[in-house]
Design a protein around this ligand. Structure first.
Ligand code: ACO
Length: 738
């Protein structure tokens, strides 16, 4: 009865919930009201109005303040009801306790978006009121940005409805930030670095609108070439992953995620109420989505700027031109770190650079013009590199030297970049004293990609290549979920889960887990369940010796610790002894343990032990983990994660990502292991978890991997179900009821 009631109310709710407004009206509002427009210059409500006015916003502006009058030449309305016509965006900047009433006052003015600047909601534990505000807003066709934000700047409108700096340069980088203060600082920083923004939006507590919503708009926005995000925690990770996978084949997404360390994660929780999640999982899933992860804000800013301004490369061949051997070697190291491929065709390089490099210089890559190189030597070499089709990008380096006029060189590059003829990607790094530093400080904001640190310069080029490869790679891997032929027998699996529920358990016995593996088409050892010695002997003889015996008890989770596992049993006598020993040990370990029986299984041949896990992650939903067994997973933590669903190709990436991958390829004369077999199991385990919402965790440990072509075998499978409360247990259906 309750179920029917809930269903009916859901239908009614679904019918009465108004459509969500188009995000276009958040980025391109035709009218803006400001509840809390202040008469006092030192208040945020004054500053925001000032920014809206000075950003030359072409739409209608409605400042609202109970005192009425005029602020910054704008007529002030005493209440929202005095305003005629609809309002697309309402910015709210009044103390928290008055916000809900203000939201209610917007409900019959056709308001589409609310940008709630005010702090004092879920970030300090006041989640209830935040929820009430969002529910009310959504029920009345409004969506909420924030609360606890600095607002939104959009170059499209244009409008600066933030309380950050007033002068934002328009351009092609979009920034989404969970931290308001950092976002405001980023506005200042981008101005100093002369980076143009298509938008900057603060998402704060993301009570309603989150980064996924905004990304859906930004992917369609032609003005946005690069998206940069600062995030502290992911809420609806499955949707986030889906959207990122759609965006990254079209435009680069650069992410800075804080809360990597334990203490950082705690700080994130109290800043915007975010759960930072496991950083390794986040990193791997971003990799899977083609997202570029930056370590620091400076890195993210440098990369965003470079990606926004640089032409895409046409190939992988990069060349280093330098006047110093040492800095050339440093750049070579940096190229390895950031995956920049150095061109190494000596014959062709000789042809290209023979006229440009002095006799005593080097035409190997790095091209060394030597310490006496003048501007003209650089000019000749750069022109040679720019004009040859075999060279696709250039790293131009220099140490401050009397002979070299860097100002001339930077001006030459500035002209080449701003020439109508698009040049190849180039980065520069110059190292020296006051003169060099001054020139870098002068030319960098003029959009010359020059850095004093070689690694910073090469990292920009490496990021450009990451995106270049990403675009090529991602074209053919957009989420083709596991193929249909890998589908497991879902009805039979559901039957096992139902039986476990009826038995009031949240976990499956090992033999039940193995049944599920078998139904999914995963090879497992032959197994039987014995309830007495005779049955154990019969099982062993059917399976054929040698066999393994393990206790089956809901009260004994760690079977080996209880003395509940015996391996290498070669005959009937050993089976009898093992049976008695297991029962004895387990009784001593836990006299009250309920013993379901003893599992008898084929003793699998040894091979390379791997582990495959899958679980429902709080942030990302179904995720799958892979690693090599034993010390590799326990000590080295050498594991890879991916969000499910994913393609076989992605599963292959996951396997080859671990550091111990060479062991699977075969070392010291060993043959390659059955990597295809591992990939099969990864995909199948992911699919079982994905399809069966009752399952919360699966661990196949070990999955023994044999030589290529000889397959894999799951030796044990632990499966845990999602927790139900006492009353839900009885709801599992019996065979007859179905
Ligand atoms: N309708 C219209 N106007 C109203 C209403 C209302 N219901 N209620 C109050 N006002 C007016 C007030 O009269 C006042 O106008 P006045 O200055 O002309 O007298 C104005 O709105 C502001 O109200 P105050 O009570 O003075 O509030 P104050 O400006 O001190 O603070 C604020 C409001 C800024 C929203 C504050 O409560 C707050 O949350 N501050 C933190 C904001 C923040 O940091 N957000 C996160 C940003 S991200 C980051 O970290 C940088």
């Amino acid at each position: 009865m309750t179920n029917i009631k809930t269903k009916v109310s859901k239908v009614i709710q679904a019918k009465t919930m108004p459509d969500k407004p188009d995000l276009k009206y958040l980025f391109e509002p035709r009218s803006i009201a400001l509840i809390g427009a202040s008469h006092h210059e030192d208040k945020i409500g004054y500053k925001i109005l000032g920014n809206i006015v000075s950003s030359k916003y072409p739409g209608k502006i409605y400042p609202i303040n109970p005192d009425g009058g005029e602020i910054l030449g704008q007529k002030v309305y005493k209440t929202i009801d005095e305003i005629k016509g609809e309002i697309d965006l309402v910015t709210i900047v009044i103390p928290a306790q008055y916000v809900f009433d203000a939201v209610k006052s917007c409900s019959n003015k056709g308001v589409k978006f609310l940008s709630i600047i005010t702090s004092g909601f879920s970030e300090i534990g006041n989640s209830q009121q935040e929820k009430e505000i969002v529910n009310y807003a959504n029920e009345h066709g409004m969506r909420v940005l924030g609360p606890n934000i600095f607002g939104i700047y959009s170059a499209r409108a244009p409008v600066n409805a933030t309380f950050g700096p007033p002068d934002i340069k328009s351009g092609s980088v979009a920034i989404l930030t969970q931290s308001g203060a950092l976002g405001i600082a980023m506005i200042g920083k981008t101005r100093v670095e002369n980076i143009g923004l298509s938008s900057i939006i603060s998402i704060g507590n993301k009570s309603d609108i989150d980064e996924s919503d905004l990304l859906e708009y930004l992917v369609m926005d032609d003005a946005t070439k690069v998206i940069m995000m600062y995030i502290e925690g992911v809420k609806n990770g499955e949707r986030f992953v889906r959207i990122l996978k759609q965006i990254t084949p079209k435009k680069p997404v650069i992410v800075i995620k804080s809360g990597r360390s334990k203490k950082g994660a705690t700080a994130a929780a109290s800043h915007t109420g975010s759960l930072a999640g496991d950083d390794n999982i986040f990193s791997d899933i971003m990799k899977q989505c083609g997202v570029i992860r930056a370590e620091s804000i400076q890195e993210a800013i440098d990369w965003s700027k470079y990606l926004a301004l640089s032409n895409p490369p046409k190939g992988e061949n990069s060349i280093i031109i330098t006047n110093g051997g040492g800095i050339g070697v440093l750049a070579t190291d940096a190229c390895e770190k950031y995956n920049v491929t150095l061109y190494d065709d000596l014959e062709t390089m000789k042809k290209i650079f023979s006229d440009a490099v002095p006799e005593f210089g080097s035409m190997k890559n790095p091209i060394d013009l030597t310490g006496q190189a003048k501007f003209e030597d650089y000019q000749r070499s750069l022109n040679a590199a720019f004009n040859d089709d075999d060279i696709h990008s250039v790293i131009c380096l220099g140490c401050e030297a009397a002979a070299l006029d860097t100002e001339k060189l930077f001006t030459f590059i500035e002209e080449a970049i701003s020439n109508s003829k698009p040049i190849k990607p180039i980065v520069l790094s110059f190292f020296g004293g006051a003169r060099t530093e001054k020139e870098i400080a002068f030319y960098k904001p003029r959009n010359i990609p020059v850095f004093s640190d070689v690694y910073e310069a090469v990292s920009c080029l490496g990021t450009l290549y990451k995106n270049y490869r990403n675009l090529q790679y991602r074209v053919d891997t957009i989420d083709q979920p596991a193929s249909a032929e890998t589908k497991s027998d879902t009805v039979l699996i559901e039957n096992i889960i139902n039986k476990v529920r009826l038995d009031k358990r949240n976990f499956l016995f090992s033999y039940e887990g193995m049944e599920i593996m078998k139904m999914a088409g995963i090879a497992v050892p032959r197994t039987g369940l014995a309830h007495n010695i005779e049955e154990a002997i019969r099982c062993a003889e059917e399976i054929k010796y040698p066999v393994v015996m393990k206790i089956v008890s809901r009260d004994i989770l760690h079977k080996s610790d209880a003395g509940g596992v015996v391996l290498h049993l070669d005959n009937k006598e050993e089976v009898i002894d093992a049976y008695q020993a297991i029962i004895h040990n387990c009784r001593r370990y836990n006299p009250y343990a309920r013993i379901e029986g003893i599992e008898v299984s084929e003793m699998a041949a040894s091979g390379t032990e791997t582990i495959i896990g899958a679980r429902r992650d709080g942030s990302f939903g179904p995720i799958v983990m892979f690693g090599l067994g034993g010390i590799y997973v326990e000590v080295m933590k050498d594991v890879a994660f991916r969000a499910f669903p994913f393609s076989r190709k992605e599963a292959n990436n996951m396997v080859s990502q671990i550091k111990s991958y060479p062991l699977l390829l075969g070392v010291r004369g060993e043959k390659r292991k059955d990597i295809d077999g591992i990939i099969d199991v990864i995909v199948k385990v992911g699919e079982i978890l994905y399809e069966h919402k009752d399952i919360s965790d699966i661990e196949v440990n070990p999955l023994i991997t044999y030589e290529e072509g000889k397959g894999v075998k799951a030796i044990d499978a632990r499966i845990i179900l999602t927790r139900l409360n006492e009353s839900q247990f009885g709801q599992a259906k019996t065979e007859e009821e179905k």
